[in-house]
Design a binder for this molecule. Structure first.
Ligand SMILES: [Cu+2]
Length: 330
């Protein structure tokens, strides 16, 4: 009865910590294609710029940017099994100096952990709900009906979702309890990346999840954010190296607005729609995404400096969905 919910032992859990993250930012920038293609063919491992020490050891959008959860790996009947422990609970997010927001989330963070497996792996999600209201985890991708995660799991119960990781691509998970807009808008979602068996070329890989916050329950978003906190990457630009390939896993998880765009300054990116291809299908500098739509974008910057990224709907960008890359010369 994978979705029926079983009692679990609360004593097994460590005490939950409230999230108290910081503030953040605007802007983004440019490139040239000859250099872009040169860097794409490199087989050397990607170098990742160091994070400022004051940011490195606590949860914030900078640390979750490149944080991939591969689970606890086991071998069972000759197969790779990845076991993930996910806990639904509530925590207060300090969205800016004036606004606190009670989030419903997975593992104390918005977005939840970026789960990662290789196509063909067995994925086992141990889902515990301690949030005080029913939740579930519905995964995108291919799986049997009984693993579809639409049955409510009551608070104080747990369940196991188990399925094969397929097909390769960029997927997501989110709560599917009605009203789903509210459960997603409160923060109960995350990325689920399934890598192709042959892998992808070396790159500086990172995750950006666009979210919206309905602060006053009027079914409109008053604030927006990349990776949980409005304007964070404006005050803390994302460091990347000049001429090095960046692979961006991008998800639009904004409710209430039917679609948003994503744009980078002074450059173009190559698009792998839903991560379902090994070769790019489009080259552009702005892409339109409906809710739950996600893609892999690849680019590299030939010139050092700061460059904005944001939705090209300025009303959304100006309410928190703003960031910058800081391109570091090498
Ligand atoms: Cu929920």
């Amino acid at each position: 009865m994978p979705n029926s919910g079983l009692p679990f032992n609360r004593r097994l859990w460590s005490r939950r910590q409230l999230l108290k993250w910081g503030l953040g930012g605007i802007a983004m920038g440019g490139g040239a294609f000859a250099l872009h293609r040169l860097t794409r063919t490199s087989s050397a491992p990607a170098r990742v710029p160091a994070i400022a020490p004051e940011l490195a050891n606590r949860p914030n959008p900078m640390t979750l940017l490149r944080d991939f959860d591969y689970g606890t790996v086991k071998r069972e009947k000759g197969r790779t099994v990845r076991e993930f422990d996910l806990i639904a609970d509530n925590s207060v997010l300090q969205l800016n100096s004036a606004v606190k927001f009670l989030s419903w989330n997975v593992n104390d963070r918005v977005p939840g952990p970026t789960l990662r497996a290789t196509e063909g792996d067995r994925v086992r999600i141990i889902f515990r709900n301690r949030a005080g209201r029913p939740h579930s985890l519905h995964f995108h991708g291919t799986h049997p009906a009984e693993m579809d995660g639409v049955t409510p799991i009551r608070s104080g119960r747990e369940t196991v979702y188990e399925f094969d990781a397929e097909p390769y691509g960029v997927h997501l998970y989110h709560c599917h309890i009605a009203p789903v807009t509210r459960h997603i808008g409160k923060g109960l979602f995350g990325l689920f990346i399934v890598d192709p068996p042959q892998g992808r070329s070396p790159a500086d890989e990172m995750v950006l999840v666009m979210g919206g916050y309905d602060i006053n329950d009027d079914k409109q978003n008053e604030l927006y954010a990349f990776n949980g906190f409005p304007d964070y990457y404006q005050t803390h630009p994302i460091p990347i190296y000049q001429n090095q390939l960046v692979r961006l896993y991008l998800l639009n998880m904004i409710e209430f607005d039917p679609a948003v765009t994503f744009h980078i300054h002074a450059n173009l990116f190559q698009v792998y729609p839903t991560g379902r291809t090994l070769t790019p299908k489009e080259e552009t500098d702005v892409i339109t995404m409906g809710t739950a739509e996600r893609h892999i974008l690849e680019f590299s910057y030939p010139y050092p400096g700061r460059y904005m990224f944001h939705p090209h709907q300025d009303a959304i960008a100006e309410r928190g969905c703003m960031g910058e890359f800081e391109v570091i010369s090498i």
